[in-house]
Design a binder for this molecule. Structure first.
Ligand code: SF4
Ligand code: SF4
Length: 202
């Protein structure tokens, strides 16, 4: 099994949608969103037997590099689901969701020319996601959440391979994100935490 990072998003929406759309068929391969200091990478990491049909958007990384990375975690503050969330689903992601009607549907063209429908979820008050349970601060479609929510993290909180907790310090400069360790032994190892963290909002 090998770790892979994903090509950077650009200012071309068709390319970014293409990345998301392809990843949306491989959610189970995404091990989390990571910051890898040595290559200044911040984004999703996948664990794959081989890159197969993702070969145009992923790149293999050295396992040692992955082992010294920081994994983003969600503290469930709800901010990114509660206001102007901007979340959406691709048509195939929305198929398992029973809704009487989708109020905001748009067709987008991908980098490869393909056209796909996207279903916006932010029609709640102040742009709140329709699947966000504010009272309990949780995503009610957690197991079926769209790819955009799986790969989008605020990058405020992270853990290392030993489960120590870090908080981000300031803005990224030239791709360098600074984190400060704030708690030792916060989680019982990264893989276990990742599993648990999937009950969180993002
Ligand atoms: S990812 Fe969203 S819900 Fe989680 S801590 Fe960050 S802003 Fe809050
Ligand atoms: S994580 Fe869930 S509640 Fe939050 S924006 Fe995504 S679908 Fe909505």
């Amino acid at each position: 099994m090998t770790y892979y990072i994903v090509s950077e998003p650009t200012d071309d929406e068709r390319w970014n949608m293409y990345l998301l759309y392809k990843l949306s068929f491989h959610k189970d391969k995404i091990v989390g969103v990571y910051y890898i200091p040595r290559i200044r990478y911040y984004g999703p990491v996948l664990k794959l037997d081989n890159a197969s049909d993702l070969s145009d958007i992923v790149k293999q990384i050295d396992t040692n590099m992955f082992n010294v990375s920081l994994k983003m975690i969600c503290m469930r503050c709800g901010w990114c689901c509660e206001k102007n969330c901007g979340a959406f689903m691709f048509e195939h992601e929305a198929e398992s969701i029973e809704l009487e009607s989708w109020s905001n549907v748009r067709t987008v063209r991908l980098y490869n020319g393909e056209k796909v429908k996207i279903y916006y979820l932010d029609s709640g008050r102040y742009g709140r996601c329709i699947f966000y349970d504010s009272r309990n601060r949780r995503c009610i479609i957690h197991d079926r959440k769209p790819i955009i929510c799986i790969v989008t993290y605020c990058a405020r909180y992270a853990i290392d391979a030993e489960g120590n907790l870090y908080v981000r310090e300031g803005r990224a400069i030239n791709g360098i994100i600074r984190f400060k360790k704030v708690q030792t032994g916060y989680a019982h190892g990264r893989d276990k935490e990742h599993h648990n963290n999937n009950t969180s909002t993002t």
